[in-house]
Design a protein around this ligand. Structure first.
Ligand code: SF4
Length: 358
């Protein structure tokens, strides 16, 4: 049996199933794309990608990304199995059941329903599936977001605190379920595209004997950074004033710039953008460790479309005062439609590729 073929066909089928499941979510915003809107800025997930998803524009993951997701499922399945075998745990509830994971353990509850949250006084509905909700024998109910990170996670900041998008997502589920919440990062194996096993000083590949568990990643700056495998665990808390706090396990809580009000504002702002046919601003990229400023746009497949949109809308902004009433808003909605068309055709190409690969 050709296992390579099995893997690539399996990937294509999983992606196709994922695409057809997306259609069922047409009336909902996604908890998995949570962000925060505060002081006129967006943090966490990209609000423009929330616009895409609300319009059912969602590209299938390419094979490498799929393998990163697969390692996320592996981390999740590993955690589920460990929780099931722990004598401190009474029940483990799993919402999003990975295609790869089946079990009939007596402590396991498989929940196929999504959580739905309606934001009061709006038409906004958010749907999502927490990774794991477990109950200890002491009756504590705890939600978990199980994130995969490639070995770069240590260098990229997950060793200091969770990524902002993950904090927003976990805080949202925590608020909906009103239970304690944790985020874990499990290290994935290295992925070929990112890793260059080259020694920084000598320019030669380090021997596996010398560095059995270490990887090098080449950063956009051209610098090579040694990034060992890593596992991290954080608690999430929401204070009475809505400020979200994180705690690296056992080290004390630290306030973040994220608030639960800001998370709901994120969805309201995205919704406003869709109604008015104007794209929201790009996300403000920063991470809480104070070191990493990760630009999500730099690696995004929609970058050209967003650049075009920004250029055209800037032109309208400059001319708006001289234009007759109503003309500027028509022009904005025209470039919004063009933008969505451009992004849709990029997604369609990826879907066609999937057909060919399968
Ligand atoms: S290019 Fe930037 S703003 Fe545009 S969709 Fe990608 S991440 Fe969002």
């Amino acid at each position: 049996m050709n296992l390579g073929k099995l893997l690539s066909n399996g990937y294509a089928n999983i992606q196709k199933n994922y695409q057809s499941r997306e259609v069922e979510k047409k009336d909902f915003y996604r908890a998995g794309s949570a962000g925060c809107y505060t002081d006129g800025k967006f943090y966490g997930s990209c609000p423009r990608k929330s616009v895409h998803r609300r319009n059912l524009i969602q590209a299938p993951a390419d094979f490498e990304l799929h393998m990163i997701f697969t390692s996320g499922f592996a981390h999740e399945a590993n955690l589920i199995n460990l929780l099931l075998s722990s004598n401190k745990v009474e029940k483990v509830e799993v919402y999003d059941i990975p295609e790869h994971f089946t079990t009939n353990h007596p402590k396991l509850v498989l929940n196929t329903n999504s959580l739905i949250k309606e934001i009061p006084n709006t038409n906004i509905k958010i749907s999502g599936r927490p990774d794991i909700v477990y109950t200890t024998i002491d009756g504590q109910v705890m939600g978990v977001e199980a994130k995969a990170n490639t070995t770069e996670g240590k260098a990229m900041g997950a060793s200091v605190c969770p990524y902002i998008a993950a904090i927003c997502q976990a805080a949202l589920y925590k608020d909906i379920l009103n239970i304690d919440y944790q985020i874990t990062y499990g290290c994935a194996a290295s992925f070929g595209r990112f890793y260059f096993n080259t020694d920084i000083k000598s320019g030669k590949a380090p021997s596996e004997k010398e560095y059995p568990l270490l990887e090098y990643r080449k950063f956009p700056s051209g610098q090579y950074i040694k990034v060992p495998p890593s596992i991290y665990s954080y608690n999430i808390a929401i204070a009475k004033d809505g400020v979200v706090h994180t705690e690296k396990y056992g080290e004390g809580y630290v306030a973040t710039p994220i608030t639960i009000q800001g998370i709901y504002e994120f969805y309201k702002e995205v919704d406003k953008s869709i109604q008015n046919k104007i794209l929201p601003d790009r996300p403000t990229d920063f991470e809480l460790n104070g070191k990493v400023k990760y630009s999500s746009c730099q690696y995004c497949e929609y970058k050209d479309a967003c650049d075009n949109y920004d250029k055209e809308s800037k032109n309208i902004e400059v001319r708006a005062a001289q234009l007759p009433i109503g003309v500027a808003s028509t022009m904005y909605s025209e470039i919004y439609d063009r933008y969505l068309k451009e992004v849709t055709s990029l997604v369609d190409i990826k879907k066609q590729q999937l057909e060919i690969e399968n």
